[in-house]
Design a binder for this molecule. Structure first.
Ligand code: AMP
Length: 281
């Protein structure tokens, strides 16, 4: 495994490999890696000759400065995990390598950014689109791997790729959970032991919600989830919405050709967590 910090060197290296007929798969991350990230690396290895992983905590997608400051950083541990997982190239750039100049691009997500995460984190998805398109431009991957843990992010990246006609296939990978159900996240390590226990109410309520599907409407399941989370001490609900899997607009029935997803965001103490569950695909 090779670790590269410079954009020009990485681009040159991948370009030579691709000229030699090798397909390149890409997994963008912000580091503090866990099994969720490593599952993306495994999918990537199965489908591509070379696997490239980037580790970059992208400042332009953080609307909350304290969230950016406390975001966990542990590059040495990450590199060990990536080596064991069989990654070929790691891109570990600093901010100047990604943004030699301030990125002033403003993306049009055709409304996908006006709901859920977008509503609660203004500018977040514009920052995501900035960094992902910049990374795609450097890596020029055949395929890029994203986790469905960030369901809205996947929908938005698909939209950007389509609108900009970028020659990359987006592969969405399932959510990896801890044994007790909590969706894996780099932010979980910031939770205290008590908060970690309280955070379980998110996934457990989503599982219960899914079990209610056959006998309840989306509206009554939504009311149930909101009531359960509001009743949980130390957990502040930001939103729970049951939405169409493509338009991200509220779903009024379970029968929907784009799939139906329930998405949740809540704060446990100071830590903001998200999760989601598929009701129908
Ligand atoms: P991040 O480092 O949080 O930006 O995440 C990098 C990629 O890993 C994103 O595509 C995430 O959706 C994905 N990811 C993070 N957590 C999980 C998880 N628990 N299961 C599957 N994918 C995940």
């Amino acid at each position: 495994m090779e670790v590269i910090e410079k954009t020009a060197i990485l681009a040159e290296k991948i370009s030579l490999l691709r000229q030699a007929g090798k397909t390149a798969g890409f997994v963008p991350t912000m580091g503090a890696l866990h099994e969720g990230h490593l599952s993306l690396v495994r999918f990537c290895r199965q489908q591509n000759k070379i696997t490239v992983v980037s580790i970059f905590v992208n400042p332009t997608q953080f609307n909350d400065k304290s969230d950016l400051e406390r975001y966990p950083r542990m590059p040495e541990k990450d590199l060990k995990l990536l080596k064991t997982a069989g990654c070929d190239l790691v891109f570990l750039p600093d901010e100047k390598e990604i943004y030699p100049e301030t990125d002033t691009r403003v993306f049009d997500f055709e409304g996908l950014d006006e709901v859920m995460e977008g509503r609660h984190r203004p500018g977040h998805f514009n920052g995501v689109a900035q960094v992902v398109t910049r990374l795609f431009d450097i890596v020029k991957p055949d395929r890029a791997y994203f986790g469905l843990k960030d369901f809205q992010q996947v929908a938005i990246i698909r939209k950007v790729v389509k609108n900009m006609q970028l020659p990359v296939e987006i592969v969405a990978c399932p959510i990896v959970r801890e044994c007790d159900g909590l969706a894996m996240s780099s932010r979980n390590m910031l939770l205290t032991k008590t908060e970690r226990k309280k955070a379980l109410v998110l996934s457990h309520t989503l599982f219960k919600a899914k079990a209610m599907k056959d006998s309840h409407t989306p509206d009554s399941v939504t009311a149930f989830v909101i009531q359960q989370i509001n009743a949980a001490e130390g957990v502040d609900l930001e939103y729970f919405e049951i939405v169409d899997g493509m338009t991200l607009q509220p779903a009024t029935s379970w029968d929907n050709e784009n799939g139906v997803i329930g998405c949740i965001a809540a704060r446990v103490g100071k830590i903001r967590l998200i999760d989601n569950i598929e009701f129908s695909s």
